[in-house]
Design a protein around this ligand. Structure first.
Ligand code: XMP
Length: 318
């Protein structure tokens, strides 16, 4: 029978045998899969695991600092790379969803390759690929969660793509990954995190991006997520987030007429993201959250709640 403890013991031994004294590079995303993969490798090879955590400027509010700090606390050899400006500059003026995804994917590869290049004699690229990624083999773009195929001795590719690939979670489903993490005493908040797309807030800001729009959405998202936590709703929801709409609408604040942005909140239940249904959040929760957003976030004067299921809608709006 499969148990997380036996899996950890066996996998760590296999990784030791396979990797010996070799150096391994791994891209952390802040998500469950890459974090658990990193922890297994850390147990097997310690300081020979070089983790890279890239801030693309499109993460949740304070996420880069908080998660980096948490990784350091876990003893991981991790380098945080703040490439926000590079991503946001590359995205300026781009409004097409696929163009935004491609741009983020390209800049990520450039940044990751620069960093991987600084590690002398690195032999392996580790990835947190899990079984559903293997069978789908649809490679999502935009971050370390994306599956990157290995190519051997092919010219013109980034150097890190020429590395051998090691994927210790290849045979596991998401719930098994969480159990493996728990058996290594990883933080339950880290293991229970909602999925978050590689392109981050870029695909939740409809149309073109500016730093101001990113700031507004980070504030809105933080209020929504914190409230879900304080109402004990976070763990009942599969994924939640806010979308910044390319719409201004008229409102009134004090005796002044406003003409400001509208945000949509989305919370869904799902098992694998392929189908999803909106969550029937309590009216009182929605009321308090909406008031808090409009009162605290400058630039927003209207909040709506998305009650579309997937299909035919998708979870993200782009
Ligand atoms: P949709 O919007 O297609 O999303 O219903 C399904 C799940 O996939 C995530 N998602 C992405 N993840 N890169 C990613 O790494 C992407 O480009 C991307 N687009 C969507 C989405 O957050 C949801 O969990």
């Amino acid at each position: 029978d499969w148990t997380p403890n036996a899996f950890v013991e066996e996998t760590v031994q296999d990784l030791k045998d396979q990797l010996g004294n070799d150096k391994v590079v791994l891209g952390l995303s802040g998500g469950v899969d890459s974090s658990v993969a990193a922890m297994l490798l850390h147990k097997a090879i310690g300081k020979n695991l070089y983790c890279i955590f890239v801030n693309n400027g499109l993460l949740r509010k304070n996420e880069f600092e908080d998660v980096l700090h948490q990784y350091e606390g876990m003893g991981l050899n991790v380098k945080g790379v703040d490439a926000s400006a590079r991503f946001l500059d590359a995205l300026a003026g781009k409004s097409d969803p696929e163009e935004k995804r491609k741009t983020i994917g390209r800049v990520f590869i450039e940044v990751f390759d620069d960093e991987a290049h600084r590690i002398q004699d690195v032999k392996w690229l580790a990835q947190g690929t899990i079984y559903p990624d293997v069978i789908e083999s649809v490679s999502a773009t935009g971050g370390p969660s994306a599956t990157i195929k290995s190519h051997h001795n092919v010219g013109g590719l980034p150097d890190f793509m020429k590395l051998e690939v090691v994927e210790p979670l290849r045979a596991l489903f998401k719930d098994e990954v969480r159990r493996v993490g728990a058996s290594m005493n990883m933080d339950s908040q880290l293991l229970g995190r909602h999925p978050f797309p590689g392109p981050g807030l870029a695909i939740r800001i409809l149309g073109d991006l500016t730093r101001e729009k990113v700031r507004i959405l980070q504030e809105v998202d933080a209020i929504f997520i914190n409230n879900l936590r304080s109402w004990n709703l976070y763990d009942k929801v599969w994924q939640a987030g806010a979308m910044l709409l390319p719409v201004n609408s008229v409102g009134v604040m004090g005796d002044e007429r406003t003409y400001e942005k509208c945000v949509a909140l989305r919370a869904v239940e799902s098992t694998d993201g392929m189908t999803a249904d909106w969550v029937n959040l309590p009216y009182e929760f929605l009321q308090k959250t909406s008031n808090e957003i409009i009162n605290k976030v400058k630039g927003v004067n209207r909040v709506v709640y998305d009650i579309s299921s997937k299909p035919p809608a998708t979870i993200e709006w782009e």
